[in-house]
Design a protein around this ligand. Structure first.
Ligand SMILES: NC(=O)c1ccc[n+]([C@@H]2O[C@H](COP(=O)([O-])OP(=O)(O)OC[C@H]3O[C@@H](n4cnc5c(N)ncnc54)[C@H](OP(=O)(O)O)[C@@H]3O)[C@@H](O)[C@H]2O)c1
Length: 255
């Protein structure tokens, strides 16, 4: 199924990772001009080579940027928009965060909280700020989609710090969706819980939390290929009258 108009300029952060790669691949198959972001030139080159193999006529623009380094986010968005001639959509799949903020709250390191908020919420806000100016220029506006996790919506063990910054992204997106509507700038959040066939899921290990979740999810856990169509639908011409939505895709783990 085709979700994007051919020629749509879509920038996917984290396109070298599990979910972002699949979003970028589907977008390329729809005939979009796809910005392939990763933290390093080598990972971006490798993702471009893989997508080109799967989608021979793919229009891909490499967009490396390490978000741990100050001043990298906005210029990366501007460079892509300049090379593509415009920006119609930004999909944020990259994972950033500071060490010392994972696990049980009482074992976290308070001195890392500010940096974590800067890397997760701040990076997304900076990307959105840069994208907004390009999206608002388009006759039909444009769309921002942020990936978070269900820790931002539902309480879960060991997720106090992660949940709080993802909760911040939800609030930011809902407000931005409301405010941006007059300029046709739309914003949404997609919130998975566990996603199979990703490096993150593999880290949970055989017999670990992922396997338990798989047993609990009545619909079965999603894979990146279950998430890409929804993502592109939100960025496409059939979703121009909706904004500010938070959509969990979690196989029925939480409702
Ligand atoms: N997979 C899951 O089970 C799961 C569950 C719930 C929510 N999610 C959410 O879904 C989104 C995508 O997750 P994923 O599983 O696709 O992640 P992933 O496979 O681990 O990919 C992470 C991506 O982030 C990029 N990245 C890492 N450090 C970076 C940095 N310092 N600067 C810029 N980019 C950086 C990586 O680029 P390089 O490879 O170039 O370093 C890679 O493209 C995330 O928001 C995640 O929280 C995932």
């Amino acid at each position: 199924m085709q979700y994007l108009t051919p020629g749509t300029a879509i920038l996917v952060t984290g396109a070298t990772g599990g979910i972002g790669f699949e979003v970028a691949r589907h977008a390329a198959a729809d005939g979009a001009i796809v910005g392939v972001h990763g933290s390093r030139q080598e990972s971006v080159d490798a993702a471009i080579a893989r997508i080109s193999e799967l989608v021979p006529d793919a229009k891909l623009i490499g967009a490396p940027a390490n978000f741990q380094e100050d001043g990298t986010t906005g210029p990366m968005v501007d460079r892509f928009a300049e090379r593509a001639g415009k920006l119609d959509a930004l999909v944020h799949c990259a994972i950033t965060g500071a060490a010392g903020t994972q696990g049980l709250f009482r074992k976290t390191q308070p001195e890392a909280y500010a940096r974590n908020a800067e890397l997760v919420l701040g990076v997304f806000q900076q990307l959105s700020f840069a994208a907004y100016h390009h999206l608002a220029k388009q006759e039909n506006g444009g769309t921002i989609v942020a990936y978070i996790s269900d820790a931002g919506r539902f309480p879960a063990a060991h997720q106090t710090m992660l949940g709080s910054v993802f909760g911040g992204i939800i609030s930011f997106v809902r407000n931005l969706g409301f405010e941006g509507a007059r300029e046709k700038v739309r914003a949404h959040v997609i919130s998975p819980s566990y996603v199979k066939d990703t490096p993150v899921f593999e880290r949970f290990g055989v017999g670990g939390r992922g396997e338990t979740a798989e047993k609990r999810a009545g619909l079965g856990l999603p894979s990146p290929s279950d998430l890409a169509p929804l993502t592109l639908f939100l960025c496409g011409p059939d979703a121009t009258k909706m904004t500010g939505q938070v959509l969990s895709v979690n196989g029925g783990l939480n409702t």
